[in-house]
Design a binder for this molecule. Sequence first.
Ligand SMILES: Cc1cc2nc3c(=O)[nH]c(=O)nc-3n(C[C@H](O)[C@H](O)[C@H](O)COP(=O)(O)O)c2cc1C
Length: 200
Amino acid sequence: MAEIGLFEAIHSQRAIRRYKPDPVPDDLVRRVLDAAIRAPSAINVQPWRFIVVKDSAARRRIADFYHTAWKAGQDNPQTQAILKTRDQSIVSHATQFATQGIYQVPVFIFVCATQSDAADSVLQAVQNLMLAARGLGLGTVFTTLLRRHDAEIRKLLSVPEGSEVVCMIPLGYPETGFGPTRRRPVEEVAFAERWGTPLR
Ligand SMILES: Cc1cc2nc3c(=O)[nH]c(=O)nc-3n(C[C@H](O)[C@H](O)[C@H](O)COP(=O)(O)O)c2cc1C
């Protein structure tokens, strides 16, 4: 696969929620993780730990937890009210993913922190991971929904006490294409010198 430039990767890396069931070669998983561990961390502690799940029975259990967590949200009036105010195309993709797409994902990467206050550092590694995946033609989506099943996930993955599961990143070949992403322009979110002064 032809390499793409850094800025092309940044501009087209987006949430992928439809995956081909094709396996991801181990050397590509390794390259993605090797990019993740290049991230900065406070005092270079490198508090990230990655659990790569490929086993089909484990993936099925994880997908079931994800599906159950999504359904719990559907049954919760507060969550429902919040979802009604969100972009309905995202809600519909996320629903399709939680009910069907998640069962097709060939690799789940759980990103953990060795200390409960280390999530800031770990998130830097996650962004590297997702961009590297994009560079290799692999899709990802940042997910936190499994926090609703934290105890079960910790048990399944033997996560030791004191460490935290920060997020779960599905990894696989996208069924559809990448970006472009839809974002508010820089003019709306960046200021000059003080909040509210337009940046020229
Ligand atoms: C903190 C955080 C939590 C997220 N949790 C989930 C999740 O549990 N499930 C999911 O499908 N997407 C999740 N997302 C993905 C966002 O919905 C997605 O990045 C956003 O809608 C932008 O989509 P785009 O990159 O395709 O433009 C999460 C993203 C972030 C940053």
